[in-house]
Design a protein around this ligand. Structure first.
Ligand SMILES: NC(=O)c1ccc[n+]([C@@H]2O[C@H](COP(=O)([O-])OP(=O)(O)OC[C@H]3O[C@@H](n4cnc5c(N)ncnc54)[C@H](O)[C@@H]3O)[C@@H](O)[C@H]2O)c1
Length: 254
């Protein structure tokens, strides 16, 4: 992909977590197409390396566990040293485990809080200093429609995503004076490995039936919202929720 002067992220440097596949991969690909340099991070290295190679010279993959603060420090230092700045962070990495409240294994609780909630907190605080040095920035957190309305059998997932929504608002308020904008995207159902692994074909069919637009989102459709929030088109937007859900939160079943 050639660098263009018309790209909406021309010259910007972005970090996308959980970018080896799914939504993160789509966000990285779109951001590169729009002129950004993107550091893709994930814990699945083979897929991440192969994807970054396929995306060209402005993509690089780094192994990175979002739950480890030391790994965040090393990553952000590396990006700033290598590319001179950090303008955009997408806290996209996430995991999902289903289960009823009564049965939920506490190990799954700890795991989900570590990735979905602690990972987002660590990400936000790791990029504050470099974004200040860059004169501002855009942090985009990926939560879920389950951060707005109950998703049965997802008590912890939903809890961590509600937390991301709350942390987004506090961070937006704290960081506005530095020109650092913080927003949150709430996908409904998106056609990614998470969706395919977590739900049986029957459950996916049931979900699609409840979506007014009668289909799951393509990962690229979530990426388009992230692009808008990352770009200078969204300079007056911070602390806000962006639902991309095919209308599922309309609750038309009532
Ligand atoms: N797919 C959906 O229907 C849906 C709906 C709402 C919200 N979301 C959210 O969107 C985001 C992306 O989900 P997806 O559907 O693309 O999932 P996915 O499982 O396809 O991709 C998530 C990526 O995160 C990575 N990851 C997991 N633990 C990590 C860690 N500790 N450190 C770094 N990377 C880690 C995984 O290896 C994977 O590559 C998640 O936060 C998810 O909760 C997804």
């Amino acid at each position: 992909m050639e660098l263009t002067d018309t790209g909406r992220l021309h010259g910007k440097v972005a970090i996308v977590t959980g970018a080896a596949r799914g939504m993160g991969a789509a966000e990285a690909a779109l951001f590169i197409a729009e002129g950004a340099t993107v550091v893709l991070t994930d814990v699945i290295d083979d897929e991440g390396v192969a994807l970054a190679e396929s995306l060209g010279a402005r993509a690089e993959f780094r192994h990175h566990d979002v739950g480890e603060e030391s790994e965040w420090r090393a990553l952000v230092t590396y990006v700033e040293d290598s590319y001179g700045r950090v303008d955009i962070l997408i806290n996209n990495a996430g995991i999902s485990r289903a289960g009823l409240i009564e049965d939920f294994p506490l190990e799954d609780f700890d795991l989900m809080v570590r990735v979905n909630q602690r990972g987002v907190l660590l990400g936000m605080r790791s990029v504050i200093a470099p974004m200040r040095r860059a004169g501002g920035g855009s942090i985009i957190n990926i939560a879920s429609a389950a951060a707005i309305r109950a998703e049965p059998e997802h008590v912890i997932y939903s809890g961590t995503k509600f937390a991301v929504r709350g942390m987004t608002q506090v961070a937006a308020a704290e960081l506005a004076a530095d020109g650092i904008r913080v927003n949150v995207i709430h996908p409904g159902g998106a056609d990614t490995p998470m969706q395919r692994n977590a739900n049986s074909p029957e459950r996916r069919a049931w979900l699609v039936e409840r979506i007014p637009l009668k289909r799951l989102a393509e990962p690229s459709e979530i990426a388009e919202m992230a692009l808008f929030l990352a770009s200078d088109s969204a300079l007056y937007i911070t602390g806000a929720d962006f639902v991309v859900d095919g209308g599922i939160l309309l609750n038309t079943g009532l």
